[in-house]
Ligand binder design. Sequence first.
Ligand SMILES: [Zn+2]
Length: 246
Amino acid sequence: MPLVAITPLTQGGYETILNRFSHNTLIAHEDSLTELKTIFSFRSNTFYSNPINRLSKIKDFPLFPNTSLKGIAIKLLLDGQAGGWIGNKNSRVQTFFFSDVIDSISDKIDNSEDFCNELTTKMRHKIETFNNLLTPINGTLKIDSRNILPYWGQHNISSKLLSESNIINIKILPDCESFDMFTHVPTATRRDSFHYHMLKKEKVHIILVGDANYKKNICSCQACTNYNCETVILTDKKRKELLNLI
Ligand SMILES: [Zn+2]
């Protein structure tokens, strides 16, 4: 995800790969891409599950004084939790992802129906672009830093990253294990364990991880326990430097 959309790990992720691993072959498995593509493949078409459904409500109610269509849209994005508890992980992710889409709509549009139609069309388009960026061609995922999508905010990366073409090629391999092997693993860690297991089965030399708590998710099967490789943890240090936070 940090390579195709702006996150706090994007700057560090690119610099680590380009500076330290430019001569290595990078691999990932098909399921890692499938997992990313499910982020914006909404479970059901309800107000709570699907932000496009939520944003479609804009045309159903009148504007209050001192509110704008863009302001209402942001609040609807955040309001994605049954019970009125705002800011659960899904609505936060969706707000980061779609707030730029709201920004991109012309301020001249003051009709709620036109605003809504333009917004939902652009939201669908952004999901499509995200999925296309994660679609390999001939088994290789070619990532160009100029195509990084807005997500957590431009303040996380240097402007250079978007203006220069930094190409990262990742070989996408078919899954080399059945997911069934992990049905006994708790849901929260199941997919990560599956991915770590497959990487070790491929006998990789280094695993790049974006999760500081990755040790909890490492597969504990005999083969994985016996196979040791270097683990490099991506951090948000580079973003903090850009923001003068350290
Ligand atoms: Zn294993």
